[in-house]
Ligand binder design. Structure first.
Ligand SMILES: Nc1nc2c(ncn2[C@@H]2O[C@H](COP(=O)(O)OP(=O)(O)O)[C@@H](O)[C@H]2O)c(=O)[nH]1
Ligand SMILES: [Mg+2]
Length: 301
């Protein structure tokens, strides 16, 4: 095979919640596609981020973090999205936090061992350790846990060492023509990204419980004369959560709405008008029909 042969494949981003999978996806693609936050379990869907270079097309698959507690159907849906990904991809990037190896990381590694897929261990957030020499013993400790194809320390937030990661990924992909148009950065629609952007802004402004019990549904997404009109419903589980999401004199909802509007204007390069309503639908987290109608259906490539 000629050395210049084009490569293309699917790369699963796998790891426990909060290690920086979505941050890395956005970095690799150069656009905000997948929402991120300090709260675990921010990502609920499987999302593709596509990065095409002269020599390869990398199709990154962001997944919800694998977690052990399956409290309701939503949690099971999230685990399933992560687990099917492990089976379907050409290569796995197993992400962990620099300096930390937890029982949850061990659980994830168990799944990866059974999958038999090639795995690159990505040690993220190296920007956090002030003393870089302390990283070396950690790297050699975790390197011994499995036959990793490579072990690469990075900072997804700062962008450190991502060229090394990109080169390693490219080498390991199968020779194949591209699947997607080189211009395309995700498989998701702007409608989906709009819902996720709103959910991210709300999640970041809320305390512990409510973020996990809300979802956003786009009722109307219309582009007219270069302007985008978006009407969205924020669904919560209980009546008292409505007030929490709306905030005093509507302040929280207004703030989240304005942040999402700015972000969406940035992404689309168009003027956006966003209208938000908060409504109660109790039991949606554990109801198959509600989950489906709100977009939490099993997706396949
Ligand atoms: N210091 C630091 N923080 C990071 C880095 N990458 C991600 N984070 C933060 O870690 C948190 C979780 O990130 P996210 O991408 O949502 O994690 P995910 O749950 O694995 O998708 C967010 O607050 C990110 O800003 C990094 O390289 N360095
Ligand atoms: Mg995520």
């Amino acid at each position: 095979m000629a050395e210049s042969a084009f490569r293309c494949g699917y790369i699963g981003l796998v790891g426990r919640p909060n290690v920086g999978k979505s941050t890395l996806l956005n970095r690799m693609v150069g656009q905000k596609i997948s929402i991120t936050s300090r709260k675990p379990q921010t990502t609920r869907h499987r999302i593709l981020g596509i990065h095409t270079t002269d020599s390869a097309q990398m199709i990154f698959v962001d997944t919800p973090g694998l977690h052990r507690a399956e409290k309701n159907r939503m949690n099971r849906y999230m685990n399933r999205a992560a687990l099917t990904t492990i089976q379907d991809v050409d290569l796995i990037l197993f992400m962990i936090d620099a300096g930390k190896w937890t029982a949850e990381d061990e659980t994830v590694l168990d799944y990866l061992r059974r999958s038999g897929r090639p795995v690159i261990l990505v040690i993220n957030k190296v920007d956090r350790s002030r003393d870089k020499s302390q990283l070396l013993p950690f790297i050699s400790e975790v390197s011994g846990k499995y036959e990793f194809a490579e072990v690469i320390p990075i900072s997804a937030r700062k962008g450190d060492n991502l060229d090394t990661l990109e080169a390693a990924v490219t080498r390991m992909l199968p020779v194949s023509p591209p699947v997607y148009d080189p211009e395309q950065v995700t498989d998701r629609s702007m409608r989906f990204i709009a819902a996720e952007s709103i959910r991210e802004k709300l999640m970041r402004g809320l305390g512990q419980e409510v973020p996990y019990q809300l979802t956003v549904e786009i009722e109307r997404y219309r582009e007219e004369n270069g302007r985008i009109q978006i009407n969205a419903v924020v669904w919560v589980e209980r009546e008292n959560q409505k007030g929490i999401v709306i905030g005093r004199q509507g302040s929280r909802l207004k703030e989240a709405g304005s942040q999402a509007r700015k972000e969406l204007e940035n992404i689309t390069g168009k003027k956006v008008n966003l209208e938000l309503w908060v409504k109660v639908r109790s039991g949606w987290l554990d109801d198959e029909r509600s989950l489906r109608s709100l977009g939490y259906a099993d997706d396949e490539f």
